[in-house]
Unconditional design. Sequence first.
Length: 243
Amino acid sequence: MALREIWDRAAQAWGNFAASPDHDHLYWAFHRLRFLDLLPPPGRLTVDLGAGEGRLTAELARAGHRVVAIDSSPAMVSRAVQRADVGRALVGDASRLPLPDSVADLAVAFMSLQDMDDLAIAVAEGARVLCPGGRFCLAVAHPVRSAGGFESKDPGSPFTIAGSYFERQPWPWRHSHSGMTISIPSEHRPLEAYSAALEDAGLLIESLREPAPDPEAVAGRPPLLRWTRLPCFLHIRALKPPR
């Protein structure tokens, strides 16, 4: 089953998870803010690729961006358009974006590329809709994170990579807390895969960041303290060179 089909089936569970700071604590406590810090100022159009239920789209709109949200899951887009703080949302495949060339000055893919079936095509499509001088900004689970796992929930737990870091492989992501369980089979790709996709799309990396939570952001949540030691997320901002 394609990843897009799995996400369509998981739309309700994901929407409930994403809306709750008690569940997706890292997003609400620091991750969204660190990603917004990576972005250039609002311009004529921002495209949110793999926008899901629209929570980052809403953040972008509040920051002054004119945003169009795109997701391949009709169920996700249905949830997005029900939000008062999300403007335009379209059903569309990242490999065939329903937008003309050079229409946007910013494309963002926040925690979505690891869930797309063809990374290279998705990045190339994002580059296509950018005007020269535009930026492509992405956030993914850090490839170190998706390559292995902690041995326990203890803050000092060892982290082990049992297989190959370099091989693309399924990464079954699971969250269980306060009676809610969600399981999504994302994909692990090495850092070079993201760099190569940007390079092949003609984009130049301007910034690469590995944001870590401050201890205060994860206070009272011992398992999350593990991510003050190892990278949890990877952020990249890339430029489409001016002509």
